[in-house]
Design a binder for this molecule. Structure first.
Ligand code: ATP
Ligand code: MG
Ligand code: MG
Length: 380
């Protein structure tokens, strides 16, 4: 079976690695260069997008910011999963919020903004502090501003206008104002839904962000109160979109009540721990769903963590001396803050996970790998 992935980054790469044992071959379409490439070597195929679409059995995506013409071609083929509506909901916060409201899933209170006066209205109606986000093209915390009591709103407004002018973002509904949620922690749930509507959902993961970028995910013993809320949101949202594939949902945990932050219609960084931490990884389950195969078991092998490697030239080799640790390198050119790879660690208990993280913290400097040492103390 041949699957075409829109996007040629690390997610396509890891789908390719998961596909091989299933006899699924992946080709990736690099939306920037418009080349069909090998997902591991990035070698360019002598084939255009139309030919790659004609040749493959199914098409999917590793990101949601896909140009309309590419999306249209893929949808016309009838082979594209999870489909246009899901991609649009993931790529535009105004569509995403409408979906959440329609599916009756709680999210941060918001107002859409298309002109300067709307921002003043939002400050009054939602109250400060506020988080302002561009509806389209945001990722890793980019395209976001915070408005606090002492902020210069005019200055923020002109920064936003500059950001929008520099990108190719549609008007109207360009900006969303969200109430700043005083969350206790951030969690996410990853699940797969197949073409018959069967679902397989992973244990909830707790996520730490540093400057808007995910730095650490930890999946410990299941908290059933939290898991059942996450599962309910997953079931409602995936059913509302008649979703096929892996869907990720990020939440704020506000005193034990989950509130959706955003969704991602794809495999997700906070699900990378499932590669070693569960019986069937998010990458394999996504391919299974899209290929029309039965879904795999999402049961946890043991409490797990995933540490992102950001902007580093390599993964410190010493981490491999710790039992239960694996490294995943993406083979990309090094740039400051860029996701270069990740480290997975699996343990037999929460306490053992804490001990392993404590050893790892010796090899991973706190400034480059924030949160590892603190989490080790918390768990052991
Ligand atoms: P991603 O790379 O996850 O797609 P993104 O650019 O889409 O990131 P968000 O997930 O919307 O950004 O926001 C990034 C982080 O900013 C969140 O994980 C959270 O820590 C913080 N944040 C976003 N919205 C709010 C909010 N309404 N209240 C409090 N914190 C927020
Ligand atoms: Mg996002
Ligand atoms: Mg996010």
């Amino acid at each position: 079976m041949n699957i075409l992935v829109l996007g040629a980054g690390q997610l396509a790469r890891m789908m390719s690695l998961a596909g091989a044992p299933l006899d699924i071959n992946i080709k990736a379409y690099d939306v920037g260069s418009k080349h069909v490439v090998h997902p591991l070597t990035l070698a360019v195929y002598e084939q255009d997008l139309v030919a790659a679409i004609a040749e493959c059995d199914a098409i999917t995506a590793e990101f949601e910011h896909i140009p309309d013409d590419v999306l249209a071609l893929c949808c016309q083929s009838g082979k594209f999963y999870p489909g246009k509506d899901a991609i649009k909901a993931g790529g535009d916060r105004s569509i995403e919020k409408a979906l959440l409201d329609q599916a009756n899933v709680p999210c941060a209170p918001y107002l859409l903004i298309t002109e300067r006066e709307h921002l003043d209205r939002a400050i009054i109606d939602l109250g400060l502090p506020l988080v302002i986000k561009t509806c389209q093209a945001g990722y890793d915390g980019k395209g976001q501003w915070r408005i606090k009591a002492d902020s210069n709103v005019d200055q923020i407004w002109s920064e936003m206008a500059e950001f929008i002018a520099a990108g190719s973002i549609d008007f109207p509904h360009t900006i969303i104002a969200e109430k700043m949620i005083p969350f206790k922690r951030e969690v996410s749930v990853i699940g797969a839904r197949d073409k018959q509507g069967n679902t397989a959902v992973y244990p909830v993961t707790e996520n730490e962000h540093t400057n808007g970028v995910l730095t650490l995910s930890v999946a410990t013993d299941i908290d059933y109160q939290i898991q059942s809320q996450a599962l309910a949101a997953f079931n409602k949202l995936s059913a509302a979109m008649d979703y096929v594939g892996v869907l990720a949902i990020e939440f704020f945990d506000v005193d034990g009540q989950l509130m959706v932050n955003e969704i991602a219609p794809r495999v997700h960084n906070s699900g990378h721990w499932t590669q070693q931490g569960t019986l069937c990884s998010q990458f394999e389950n996504h391919l299974r769903a899209v290929a029309g195969l039965p879904l795999g078991d999402t049961a946890m092998i043991g409490p797990s963590a995933m540490i992102n490697v950001l902007g580093e030239p390599s993964i410190p080799a010493d981490v491999l001396s710790v039992a239960g640790v694996t490294s995943h390198w993406y083979g990309k050119a090094v740039r400051a803050g860029r996701k270069m790879g990740h480290i997975n660690v699996v343990a037999s208990s929460n306490v053992e996970l804490g001990k392993k993280l404590a050893v790892l913290a010796n090899y991973l400097p706190e400034d480059a790998y924030p949160g590892v040492a603190a989490r080790a103390v918390e768990l052991s």
